[in-house]
Design a protein around this ligand. Sequence first.
Ligand SMILES: Cc1cc2nc3c(=O)[nH]c(=O)nc-3n(C[C@H](O)[C@H](O)[C@H](O)COP(=O)(O)O)c2cc1C
Length: 180
Amino acid sequence: MIRNAVTEAIFKRQTIREYKHEQITDEMLETLMEAAKRAPSGRNTQPCHVRFVQDAGMLHEMHIDFKNHVGWETPAYTRSDTNPFYHNAPTFVFIYAAHDSAMDAGIMAENICIAAEGMGLGTCIVGSAGALFNDEAGKKWNEKLHVPRDFRYQIGICVGYPNEQPPQKPRFDDRIEIIR
Ligand SMILES: Cc1cc2nc3c(=O)[nH]c(=O)nc-3n(C[C@H](O)[C@H](O)[C@H](O)COP(=O)(O)O)c2cc1C
């Protein structure tokens, strides 16, 4: 296999759900914003609105809102019985778009994750928060995030310095085939 900085970042990336408190640098933030901007989109429509939230108070408020909405007993998706949906990451990226632009948002999300990996940062993609943000109860956040009201939360990404090193999860080998 060919190994270079890009393929290494792709092969090494894994979901991180524990982060150091330390915020990422502004240079890293700018790099991630550029990675988001450079993402391809269908017909180059660039339909996603992206918000990099570094306001810990705002994220905590969203967490309370999320739990009040989905229920405090709900083991909120992968370790969220202990963690908020943003896994206490110091930066959380919101990708909003119209309902038919999920593909564009997903492609942008991976761009951000791989760029972050390349800078030694950890990431976790978060779909579950849509339960709040795409419900009427969560629509107030569109305004606070300066996103058009009819836009949907497509995906979010935790970003920060990793504070865990979980083993990589195995992948199915029988789902990819060469046909020649
Ligand atoms: C579309 C999507 C939504 C996800 N939503 C969540 C989520 O809400 N919370 C979470 O902790 N992890 C979430 N994940 C992370 C997955 O659980 C993780 O990618 C998967 O278990 C594979 O692990 P790996 O990323 O370490 O290879 C999501 C991943 C994707 C691609």
